[in-house]
Write a protein that binds this ligand. Structure first.
Ligand SMILES: [Zn+2]
Length: 299
């Protein structure tokens, strides 16, 4: 699928709006007490996407010197998230279904090995999860880059095979990312709807260092996504939208704070209608980027 965001100039107004939004987020994040509501209105001004170059090679060097031809089209590295490195991991891949031997090969996943990857879910109308994950990840990437973050994706397109779950984690580790987010949508029971965020539980020798910050990341993403996506907490699993797991290689193999967002249940008609709607995905990406920015601005 083509990248949907058309190129266009980023104005000073856009940048200013974006900054105002992040300031609000920071206020909300700092003032929120456990279980309490935040004082700001986080829906007031979502970060706005800016034009991006589409370069998303996982190992791309984003420290390249900026050109001097477009002063308002700030390079990656300028903005409130300018020192932050984020990995966005679009779950699965478009070629996985046709490569069972590669996908089923066992790879390190923590104390045990697991399959390299899976095919993923799809809606009743046949909209595949890998495509949803890819499209939403691109939108989140645009938004975070507009605020200056360096954003790496774990795959370059929606047509390949893999990478395996341990390699996806490795991309965040090698980049020493401040945070990593895997974007998925669930294939749950048709009668159940809602989203959940999966965070790593403690696995001896693997996740001790990331459990605590990953929980904060999960809470920030959960709060923003609940407010911005119109999708409720999952009603068929997890606990108020949070699930702690110790069996996911993508989390166990990560040395940087990382969570999975299961953005909705593709098998549920109500969720599927939203997930399939390009306009909804724009709003969802706003909220995910807000949640990630809130986490990144904690420190
Ligand atoms: Zn998935």
């Amino acid at each position: 699928m083509p990248v949907s965001a058309p190129p266009g100039p980023r104005s000073r107004a856009t940048r200013a709006l974006s900054l105002a939004s992040l300031a609000l987020l920071l206020t909300a994040a700092c003032s929120a007490s456990p279980g309490g509501a935040s004082g700001g209105d986080p829906t007031a001004a979502p970060p706005l996407p800016g034009p991006q170059d589409g370069g998303d090679a996982p190992d791309g060097d984003r420290d390249a010197a900026p050109g001097d031809d477009a002063p308002d089209d700030g390079p990656v590295g300028e903005g409130p998230l300018g020192t932050r490195v984020v990995v966005i991991d679009p779950g699965h891949n478009g070629g996985n279904a046709s490569a069972p031997s590669e996908i089923n090969a066992l790879v390190p996943a923590g104390p045990a090995e697991k399959a390299c990857d899976t095919v993923g879910a799809e809606t009743g109308d046949g909209y595949p999860e890998h495509e949803f994950n890819w499209e939403l990840s691109l939108l989140v990437k645009e938004r975070l880059e507009a605020d200056g973050a360096t954003v790496l994706l774990t795959r370059e397109d929606d047509e390949g095979v893999g990478p395996c779950i341990d390699e996806r984690a490795g991309i965040g580790n090698e980049a020493e990312a401040d945070a990593a987010l895997s974007i998925h949508a669930d294939g749950g029971p048709e009668s159940g709807r809602g989203f959940h965020v999966i965070m790593p539980g403690e696995v001896d020798g693997f996740t001790e260092e990331i459990v605590e910050p990953s929980r904060l990341l999960a809470e920030d993403v959960r709060r923003a996504y609940l407010e911005g996506s119109d999708i409720p907490y999952a009603d068929y699993l997890a606990d108020e939208g949070l699930d702690e797991r110790t069996d996911l290689g993508g989390l166990n193999m990560s040395t940087v704070p990382k969570v999975f967002l299961e953005a909705g249940n593709m098998r549920n008609p109500e969720d599927a209608e939203l997930l399939s709607d390009p306009a909804w995905r724009e709003r969802a990406a706003d909220s995910i980027a807000q949640g990630m920015a809130a986490y990144l601005m904690r420190s």
